[in-house]
Design a protein around this ligand. Structure first.
Ligand code: B16
Ligand code: MG
Length: 216
């Protein structure tokens, strides 16, 4: 049967979390807020606007909408400056093998990401052609754990939700997939992602026979 294979971007296909971290850390530093890698974990899968709110809460800072808008632009410009030179070497191990296998098996592939920068990242890393549909932060109004991003992706691929499979590294993303009644596959730490139906440390642990078992 035809299944929809929906991939999150950051933390699943590429590790852009490190660049988000550098950009948020710079802003936090300017605002006198201590921002550690542990804090950064809370921002994974979370929208840009919500991420800023989390950081401001950390520093107990109240700000006007105007200030927040300015900081959001500043953070994104810094983030984009880290992306200027990225290429296919950013793709996480094992991902390409799975993408190629899905193409071989004629399975539709979509992106389901909270990022508004998803398309340039897919272009720069040379993998945009794998995707039959792209749904990102520009398309949705409700952030994960709301399932909107994955529901839109399945609809674009014309596949029923229950025949859809989601690869996610964030807790909010796994919850979104579960709410949508999709098969959730966690990529990362088994304890953190325990709500996922299947969990793999990274894509190198995914056997192609496992992918086949999802299709058949
Ligand atoms: P942007 P994903 C998410 O990507 C990131 O995990 C999250 O840290 C980030 O704040 C969010 O995208 C928005 O990104 O600022 O580029 O619009 O994991 O949903 O692919
Ligand atoms: Mg992610």
């Amino acid at each position: 049967t035809k299944k929809a294979f929906i991939f999150d971007l950051d933390g699943v296909i590429v590790d852009t979390a490190k660049y988000h971290y550098l950009a948020w850390q710079k802003l936090a530093h300017e605002l006198g807020i201590e921002f550690t890698p542990e804090h950064n974990e809370e921002l994974k899968g979370v929208s840009r606007v919500r991420s800023l709110d989390i950081i401001l809460e950390l520093g107990n800072i109240q700000a006007s909408q105007e200030e927040k808008d300015k900081w959001l632009i500043q953070k994104n410009e810094d983030y984009l400056s880290y992306l200027v030179d990225i290429d296919e070497s950013e793709i996480l191990p094992g991902v390409l093998q799975v993408l190629h296998h899905l193409i071989d098996k004629n399975q539709p592939i979509a992106l389901g990401s909270a990022s508004k920068n998803a398309k340039p990242i897919l272009e720069k890393t040379g993998i945009i052609h794998f995707f039959d549909a792209i749904v990102d932060g520009n398309d949705v109004s409700n952030a994960k754990p709301d399932p909107e991003v994955f529901l839109q992706a399945a609809r674009k691929l014309d596949v029923a939700y229950e025949n859809s499979i989601v690869f996610e590294d964030s807790v909010a993303g796994i919850q979104a997939a579960n709410i949508a009644k999709m098969v959730s596959i966690g990529i990362g730490d088994a304890t953190t992602l325990n709500e996922a139906k299947y969990i793999f440390k990274d894509f190198t642990f995914i056997d192609l026979s496992f992918i086949d078992s999802l299709i058949n």
